[in-house]
Design a protein around this ligand. Sequence first.
Ligand code: HPA
Ligand code: ZN
Length: 322
Amino acid sequence: EQLQNILQQMPKAELHIHIEGSLEPELIFELAQRNGVALAYKSVESLRNAYAFDNLQSFLDIYYAGASVLLTEQDFYDMTAAYLRRAALDNVRHAEIFFDPQTHTARGVPMHTVVDGIWRACQDGPISASLIMCFLRHLSEDEALATLEEALPLRGKIIGVGLDSSELGHPPEKFARVFERCRQLGLHLVAHAGEEGPPAYIETALDLLNVERIDHGVRCLEDPVLTKRLAREQIALTVCPLSNVKLRVFDHMGQHNLLDLLDAGLAVTINSDDPAYFGGYMNANFLAAFEALPLGLSHAHRLARNSFTASFLEPEAKRDFL
Ligand code: HPA
Ligand code: ZN
């Protein structure tokens, strides 16, 4: 159908993709074999069958286990190259890629191995891409500060920082000092907030961390005052429809609040989050949302346009895409 073709063919930017979440079961098994790492699953099928989640934490447990096969710079390169090739097929023209260094440095993988592998694949890739380093919010702020120190020699390869992992019980304000330090370093700032956590976490991410975008943010509608503010300030929300259904933020796609967010005048974007785990890349997210919800051509154009407007591309590069 015509709308489907437009969704697939329109240029887009992806602003919420965890590169470790793009690791397909086939590549997990290939890297496990290459590196002599033992896996708790005996086949690609049995691993994929384990991808049934009740909430964010049940996903994170298996996502961190999958990442344990990543050891060498080449592993990080191969994972990132595979994502960029796949994103290009969906007409993603620019990606701002999250990575979780603490998942790897905790296993003894050096910071430069992680960053150089991902960064080199971005340099060689078929599309424009840049890197956002995420702090794990279930760990302490001191560990985040130590991670930032380790990354300083690689500052030129990173455009910003984010905050991910278990949201409930780990409010943004826990990371106020490290985000202030990052702001002083001229890094862009984003944070996951309002995925499983309450609207108050969105507010403290804005006011205490000074973030420029909110990752997910779908629970903002529970607070009308906050919703009006997000609309007035045009704070972008990087919404991930398939993720929200897989992690039971919404029971099914027909219940997703994407259209309500758009109707509230919010700067919504569509993204894939962890495509290898949640059943699809960028276009699968667009198609699933547009199939389940009364969305049309004007919404499609708005979502694609928002993705470039909300990106951290330089103004001239942004203009080329708009
Ligand atoms: N939320 C929090 N942490 C994450 C996610 C997410 O959707 N994906 C990978 N780490
Ligand atoms: Zn995410």
